[in-house]
Design a binder for this molecule. Structure first.
Ligand code: ADP
Ligand code: ASP
Ligand code: MG
Length: 440
């Protein structure tokens, strides 16, 4: 069994959905996971924010704009009028619910319900699009098997039992289509796996059905060695290990949801990244076989907060770090980078929900400085810590204001903390130093 996931751009137009139809029509039984059409989840988030601001009329207008877009898609996608009508009546149902949301009090659950509609719409339309062509395609609802537990982690046992039961019930179907991103929480309410979560859905399903491979079909020809949104001349990497891909995704490479490799890594199920618009391009294979040594790729993540904790008493005082860590543990806040000196410890967090409480507790025994708007640039590659080429990385130190470095914590990763305003320049310079070798 294969699991194929198609992102927003891949299902974002009639032309691209036609490409997807060709891709999924080949090969044997498979599960196809779809995102919402590109732009839809952002539009739904905006609708939710507008409701939160109490602007009911404006929210209704946004709902109507999106509604019109889907009416057009339904008319363009199908040639058979019966299919147009079936889609239009589903669209009416979904948009009537969205309209009703506009006058309800805002809550996290209301947000979750609103943003779930994108994947519900795309999978409904795409499954009918395949059926119109006589394909043995069946729509299955992610809400019938995808569920998280009390720790907000996928409930692997529940998912495996329910998904395999659903798949076994229909021996005829060749293409099962389901929604990425959406799930139920431990109380059975509509929830999701956070933005970009359809990749994660695909790998959770891959693990549950013990797939031969999980394929992530997107709008670029693979995992690139730097962020193509900020750097020209980036190249696709043909092979990454699970560790390398996990670090890059965790540190901001938008092409993969940060958790994607976790469910499949121990089962050694490969993840392949492919371009929907260029299916013949090799893409990137992610598996358990690390290959080559030295720097392979660079990624960056914004929204980082740096905390410097100084204490005269730290000098030779054992138990100091324990005290510090216990405070972060108490507020369920994970630390990404850490460096220490004789009198201070500096660390970074990306979730600042409890920042105020954390600082208040730290100030009971130390002086605390907080810097927001920082970015972590992460340089990744197998055994880079010992590789002879790694020194090139440090030539950049004379040009960029680096606030912290983490080197040697793992053999695969060197992290630099910089000001977010220096990010684009840093990524471009690192690219030149490391991959283009010219010190322009
Ligand atoms: P999808 O909608 O298919 O999930 P995403 O927009 O989430 O697609 O991810 C693909 C995009 O990720 C690319 O178009 C590219 O702009 C961006 N990206 C960021 N870093 C990388 C990288 N290292 N390699 C490839 N793409 C990247
Ligand atoms: N549609 C969701 C989002 O835009 C999930 C995804 O695309 O992976 O975040
Ligand atoms: Mg994505």
């Amino acid at each position: 069994m294969l699991v194929l996931k198609f992102g927003g751009t891949s299902v974002g137009s009639v032309k691209n959905m036609t490409n997807v139809k060709t891709i999924v029509s080949e090969g044997g039984r498979k599960v196809v996971v779809l995102s919402a059409m590109s732009g839809t989840t952002n539009a739904l988030v905006e609708i939710s924010n507008t409701i939160k601001d109490g602007k009911t009329e404006a929210a209704l207008q946004l709902v109507e704009q999106l509604h019109q877009k889907y009416i057009e898609v339904a008319n363009d996608l199908f040639s058979n009028q019966e299919y147009v009508n079936a889609s239009l009546s589903y669209i009416e149902e979904v948009f009537a619910e969205l309209k009703a949301c506009a006058s309800k009090p805002h809550s996290q659950l209301l947000y979750n319900i609103i943003v779930s509609k994108g994947e519900l719409l795309s999978t409904f339309m795409f499954s009918r699009f395949l059926q119109q062509d006589g394909k043995k395609a069946r729509l299955i609802s992610a809400l019938d098997f995808m569920r998280t537990d009390r720790n907000n982690e996928p409930d692997a046992f529940y998912i495996k039992q329910n998904l395999n039961r659903i798949l076994a019930e229909d021996k005829d179907a060749e293409i099962f289509i389901t929604q990425g991103f959406i799930c139920l929480d431990a109380d059975g309410n509509t929830s999701n796996l956070e933005r970009g979560g359809s990749d994660y859905t695909a790998s959770i399903i891959g693990a549950a059905v013990k797939a031969e491979e999980v394929q992530i079909w997107t709008d670029i020809d693979g995992f690139h060695n730097n962020d193509p949104r900020f750097v020209h001349n980036t190249d696709a990497i043909s092979h990454l290990s699970f560790d390398e891909a996990a670090e890059l995704a965790y540190f901001g490479a938008k092409i993969l949801h940060p958790q994607t490799v976790m469910p499949v890594r121990d089962l050694e199920i490969p993840v392949r990244i492919k371009n929907t618009m260029e299916p013949k391009a090799f893409g990137t294979l992610i598996d358990d076989k690390a290959e080559g040594e030295g720097i392979k790729a660079i990624a960056a993540i914004d929204g980082i907060t740096a905390i410097k904790i100084k204490s005269a008493r730290m000098l030779q005082a054992h138990g100091f770090l324990k005290k510090v860590f216990e405070i972060f543990e108490k507020y369920h806040t994970s630390i990404d980078m850490i460096t220490t000196s004789e009198i201070a410890v500096s660390l970074t967090i990306d979730d600042d929900t409890y920042l105020k409480d954390i600082v208040m507790e730290l100030e009971e025994f130390s002086t605390v400085e907080v810097d927001t708007h920082r970015t972590i640039v992460c340089v990744v590659g197998n055994n880079i810590a010992n590789h002879p080429d790694t020194h090139k990385l440090f030539q950049i130190l004379q040009d960029v204001n680096i606030r912290m470095i983490s080197y040697g914590g793992s053999n695969n990763n060197i992290s630099l903390l910089i000001n977010t305003s220096d990010k684009v320049e840093t990524l471009q310079k690192l690219h030149r130093y490391i991959f283009e070798m010219s010190l322009a």
